[in-house]
Design a protein around this ligand. Sequence first.
Ligand code: DER
Length: 239
Amino acid sequence: GGSDAAKRRAGESAAEAVTDGDVVGLGTGSTAAHAIRRLGERADAGLDVRGVPTSFASRELAAEEGIPLLDLPDAVGPEGPGIDVAIDGADQVATGAAGDDPLSGGALIKGGGAAHAREKLVDAAADRFLVVADPSKESPRLDRSVPVEVLSAGRTAVAAAVRDAGGEPTLRRAERKDGPVVTDNGNLVTDCAFGEIADPAALSATLSAVPGVVEHGLFVGLADEVHVGTESGVRVDEV
Ligand code: DER
């Protein structure tokens, strides 16, 4: 991945966009972690903020940073405060609008940290979704593997459906645990290589329709801004 300085600049830039009283979706990964740490500093300095974590990891970090927490159902229920802004990382950000679909500009691949099911819930529920990234995540078109959270019982059916859709599925193996990665939701992850994705919206719909798919890592038409950290500063793109 990119440099930590670039990730830190991106995360801190997005954290500065949070205003007093905001409910903030707290993304997962090393770039979002910089935003969480900055929000912790701002909370210590008196900012009134409540966080909605997207994973065990982001909840743990937010708690360490002293950020008051809300669970997702409480944040977005009809009597809830709603989520004003979500800050989250990405594995890849499309910089060129693919095809004639203006929505796919700013389309993302997420799920490197296997947290994309709750991330999508939070990122989609937020009034504004700010992506934080370093330049290594940007690409004219999406072409990385798409992480797909699958029900264990559905893993072979999903693999077959992914192949029918032109993808190559690989069950994600754990590093320091025998067997596959198990998500915070108790499911498995299949990484699906499709090569260059010409129409992210279409592939998103295809994957969502597959029985056994819990959630996939294509985030199309959800991001509002991309904060890209560079070695010398940060670039904020409206998408
Ligand atoms: O799992 C995710 O979607 C994370 O946001 C991840 O893709 C980005 O992680 P990073 O900021 O550590 O690269």
